[in-house]
Design a protein around this ligand. Sequence first.
Ligand code: SF4
Ligand code: SF4
Length: 251
Amino acid sequence: MNRPVIAFAGLTACSGCQLTLLNCEEELPQLAEMFDFAYFPMGRSENDDCCSLEVSFVEGAVSTPGDLEILLNLRSRSRLLVGIGTCALWGGIAAMKNHQPRLELTEAVYGNFANAVKTFPPGPLSRFVTVDFAVPGCPPETNQVMQVLASLLHGTLPVFPGYPVCTECRNRENLCLLIEKNELCLGPLIQSGCNARCPAVSVACEGCRGPATEANVAAEIDLLVEKGFSREEINSRLRRFYPEWDNGQRY
Ligand code: SF4
Ligand code: SF4
């Protein structure tokens, strides 16, 4: 059997999405038999920088010339490019301060060396290249990563639900933290797939999976303002994982 040749790469990120794969310890031997991991710097010491790839999985936001070089190289070698995780898809944590001047941020970290740091405001992969498929999450759910790999073996891609976390919350019969406990929960806006992990243990959804397909942002903001949250608190929570909400969006 010809094993699909794939890449797993990381740009500006915490590497948590790549760890999602490496943490699948029981499945890894079988995955190594089924796929040729030709380029996976976090998982192997020798990597092929030139070969053609069936699929590249890319984690992380693009925030340096080096990131861009890796991304363009992988895109040019790959039949499919899959963005894996919230940083790759929306900018994520890396982009949470994009509303502040870049120099101000680099000075806070690097002091007098700030000007020497070659960096620009972190952005999603789709700002630079075509992204063929998205695996959301911070980090992604293991079962969704496995679904993508299993589907690729059959020449397809899975369909992930586009409905919001609230739907999973209702399915689990959780107490609604937004309505019944007046907490700043982003569940109505956020893409499901985590089985409402946080509200299930009484923690409000912080939005780590990025926007649901038809997120009614304006209605959520109206509701939160009505409940007494300040615009500043709401914006700060919204920006944590996805910096570019359209606050006027209604569906
Ligand atoms: S707790 Fe949050 S995610 Fe759950 S139903 Fe309420 S608003 Fe939605
Ligand atoms: S409930 Fe919200 S914050 Fe928690 S894992 Fe799901 S999407 Fe992320």
